[in-house]
Design a protein around this ligand. Structure first.
Ligand SMILES: [Zn+2]
Ligand SMILES: [Zn+2]
Length: 152
């Protein structure tokens, strides 16, 4: 099993993981309280997501007295890394640039963020290729149908 396919965390489960990452250790009551405020989830709903995360191996459980304490089995950084890898695995290579451009377009950015992105783009210019090669399986994108390198 590679790191990326170890487990997929759904959007709802991310909400739970963020609480645990922020607190390092959390009881189900603490997780429930945060998500009741934010998402209006019933305790049973939050408990279901906690249970799934434990089953997937994303959360560790320890018992202290009569309470379950949850800790994260994966760091936020690792999970973000596989989330980003997952995004690019879901699209054709030829569409990655436009997807990144769309993400930037939709994001609210600070002056510092923009300066950082500009620095990255400057260094990417040195390694830029003329054409991005599609390596999708035929039938999962249109590139190979029309002998056209431009997919979308
Ligand atoms: Zn492709
Ligand atoms: Zn394609």
């Amino acid at each position: 099993m590679t790191n990326e396919e170890k487990f997929e965390i759904t959007d709802s489960e991310w909400e739970v993981m963020r609480v645990v990452w922020t607190r390092t250790k959390a009881t189900s009551k603490e997780i429930i309280n945060v998500l009741q405020d934010k998402k209006d989830w019933k305790p049973a709903t939050t408990k279901t997501f906690i249970g799934r995360l434990v089953k997937k191996g994303a959360l560790n459980t320890e018992t202290v007295g009569n309470k379950f304490i949850y800790t994260a089995a994966v760091t936020e950084e690792e999970s973000l890394k596989s989330l980003k890898a997952g995004l690019f695995n879901h699209i054709c290579n030829t569409a990655v640039g436009k997807t990144i451009a769309d993400l930037i377009k939709e994001a609210t950015l600070s002056h510092d963020d923009i300066a950082m992105i500009e620095e990255i783009l400057k260094s990417k210019k040195k390694d830029a290729v003329d054409v991005i090669v599609c390596n999708c399986v035929p039938g999962q994108c249109h590139c190979k149908e029309n002998h056209n390198m431009n997919c979308h």
